[in-house]
Design a protein around this ligand. Structure first.
Ligand code: ADP
Ligand code: MG
Length: 440
């Protein structure tokens, strides 16, 4: 059986050891990484991801434990040989590109080859062909600052590959990029893994990236707290029989990447006792709703998708239930559209124009949905409470408090349950109708 290419055993890394600001950034970390694997080190900021990556790269000697690459303990070999490792066995990409500003793009990419025996024309030919492969061949004569962030990162991908390394390390390579450039860079890194068969170790805190990896190591406070196999990719690391079965916990771990195993177990159980749908169904239902909310599909198409059997790509929910769901979502969205239009106008003109009308319409909607009849005073109070909530004068808690207040005290005199019910429903509408930038 193949041996792992990279073996970390019980790595401990402490910054500023012995000083007052001593900080243990990595504790007892062990990983086995096989040739050809795509591994993501995942976790919140400060969890120790970069520390682990630079330890693997050979530039952070551990306080304890061992780090073997291809069977060699890289921290016990002489420094000049270790540099050889870093130059020819590993390529690296940084979040901030780290290109040399005074050199042309071509020279930036050719630079790491300067220590190998190839002559200048050969080096430049190789650099140019890599730049072309990554879609930036046409800007090779420019200096980095003339390129967009996405282009600069593709230049550094080319640079990282110039000495044909076995392992590519990337520290949040898309952290500074817009979504289109992110996609391009992620596609190129994926290609280096699937087409060139290089081992990838990527640091990320973007859950959307997890699907690229064979396996993900989750880090928290300097510990590797979980290792999750991606069931969508054929595994390279030998797996024991039964290990690749996608458990619901693994599915949940992808949906809630920052949760501990304990809280995932709780979620699983609570889902079981409160919901008749599985997480896979809910995931598909979310997709259908996302398309419906964004207007990509209409109500009929949404219902069709929801009704379609699960095996055929649908959610597999009965037609009656699907119609009810889309109807509720649709009426909420109509109200939300009103709020959105109003908020836009409010934000631009700073007028209260149309506020009463909007509040009255929302009141009518609430009364219909909750089948309520109000006295004149209750009605007036409700319109006022709604108006304050819509313009953001009051928050969710205050809305709830005010509708439970007595009628003479400016409220509606609702029971706590009734108030909670209406607040919850109204907040759903607010959430759809108010842009995130409005949330304080
Ligand atoms: P991540 O990449 O997950 O955001 P890092 O591995 O960079 O986290 O850092 C882990 C912890 O170690 C952080 O709390 C960070 O502040 C600390 N740290 C990182 N580098 C140093 C350093 N050179 N000196 C002192 N503390 C550091
Ligand atoms: Mg980091």
């Amino acid at each position: 059986m193949a041996k792992p290419l990279i073996i970390c055993r019980n790595l401990d890394i402490t910054y500023n050891k012995g000083k007052s600001n001593e900080f243990k950034a990595l504790a007892n970390a062990s990983t086995d990484i096989y040739e050809g694997e795509y591994i993501i080190l995942f976790g919140a900021s400060g969890s120790g991801k970069s520390t682990l990556m630079y330890a693997i790269q050979g530039s952070l000697p551990p306080g304890g434990g061992t780090m073997l690459i291809g069977g060699e303990d890289i921290y016990s070999i002489p420094v000049d040989e270790r540099i050889y490792f870093q130059r020819y066995v590993m390529g690296i990409i940084f979040q901030s590109f780290n290109l040399i500003g005074s050199l042309s793009v071509l020279d930036n990419v050719a630079l790491p080859m300067i220590f190998c025996n190839a002559d200048k024309p050969t080096r430049e030919r190789r650099a140019q062909s890599l730049l072309e492969r990554f879609g930036v061949g046409h800007v090779s004569h420019k200096i980095p600052s003339m390129l967009s962030g996405g282009q600069q990162q593709r230049v550094s991908v080319a640079r990282s590959m110039v000495n044909d390394p076995k392992i590519l390390l990337a520290d949040e390579p898309t952290g500074n990029l817009d979504s289109i450039s992110t996609q391009q860079v992620m596609d190129k890194i994926d290609e280096i893994n699937t087409f060139d068969k290089r081992t990838i170790i990527m640091v990320s805190h973007n859950a959307a990236h997890l699907r690229y990896a064979h396996r993900v190591y989750y880090l928290k406070d300097g510990y590797i707290v979980r290792e999750v196999v991606n069931p969508q990719r054929k595994q390279i690391k030998p797996v024991k029989e039964g290990e690749t079965i996608v458990t619901e916990l693994e599915q949940l771990a992808r949906l809630f990447p920052y949760d501990s195993i304990e809280s995932l177990r709780v979620k699983s159980l609570v889902n079981f006792v409160t919901q008749e749908y599985t997480f896979s169904q809910l995931e598909r239902l979310e997709k259908a709703m996302e398309y419906f909310i964004s207007g990509k599909i209409d109500a009929q198409a949404a219902i069709k998708t929801i009704v379609l059997p699960y095996e055929r790509g649908g959610v597999g929910i009965s037609e009656k239930e699907a119609r009810r769901m889309v109807h509720v979502a649709g009426t909420m969205l109509n109200q939300a559209d009103d709020i959105r239009r109003f908020r836009r106008q409010y934000d631009q003109a700073h007028t209260f124009f149309g506020q009463d009308k909007l509040s009255e319409r929302l009141r009518d909607h609430l009364l219909t949905v909750h089948k309520m009849k109000l006295t004149k005073k209750q009605d007036e109070n409700l319109v006022e409470v709604i108006a304050d909530r819509v313009v953001g004068v009051s928050g969710e808690d205050e809305f709830n408090e005010r509708i439970s207040k007595s009628v003479s005290g400016g409220g509606m005199g609702l029971s706590p349950d009734e108030a909670d019910d209406i607040t919850r429903y109204f907040e759903k509408i607010i959430a759809q109708g108010v842009d995130v930038s409005y949330k304080s």
